[in-house]
Design a protein around this ligand. Structure first.
Ligand SMILES: [Zn+2]
Ligand SMILES: [Zn+2]
Length: 138
């Protein structure tokens, strides 16, 4: 289903800002913050304010089109991949990468057995130093 029909199904207007924010997120694996989204869109949409970007993200998260990640910084990061997947973040440069979920194969079943919960979703965050930041200073 495309974003236009999802927004309409949620009773939301399809605005150029909503499309721009969503399309930007859908075209990147960078997991940008609201500020980073704003900085990228500003040259194309000079009338869009940072407050609009925040409001737009809130709408997209509520509609289930975008997931909000709390990677332990003060600002949230955003991901148009709303499937259940885990993330790793660099404590130095704050980049956020996806972790292939097949590394956690069978984990939901194990957690379910040990807690008696039915697992619906999981969200794991790992923290470390990325390959780029690990390089010795020249
Ligand atoms: Zn790094
Ligand atoms: Zn992700």
């Amino acid at each position: 289903m495309d974003i236009t029909s999802i927004l309409r199904d949620n009773g939301l207007k399809v605005t150029p800002q909503r499309l721009a924010v969503y399309n930007l997120l859908a075209s990147t694996k960078d997991h940008p913050s609201a500020e980073a989204i704003y900085n990228k869109l500003y040259p194309l949409y000079p009338t869009m304010s940072l407050a609009t970007v925040y409001k737009t993200l809130e709408v997209l998260v509520k509609s289930g089109l975008v997931q909000q990640l709390n990677v332990g910084e003060n600002s949230f990061r955003y991901d148009a991949n709303v499937s259940s997947h885990s993330h790793i973040t660099c404590i130095k440069c704050h980049r956020v990468d996806d972790i292939e979920d097949n590394l956690f194969a069978g984990m939901d079943t194990k957690i379910s057995h040990s807690t008696s919960y039915s697992i619906i979703n999981h969200q794991l965050y790992f923290f470390g130093i990325c390959p780029h930041c690990k390089q010795p200073e020249q």
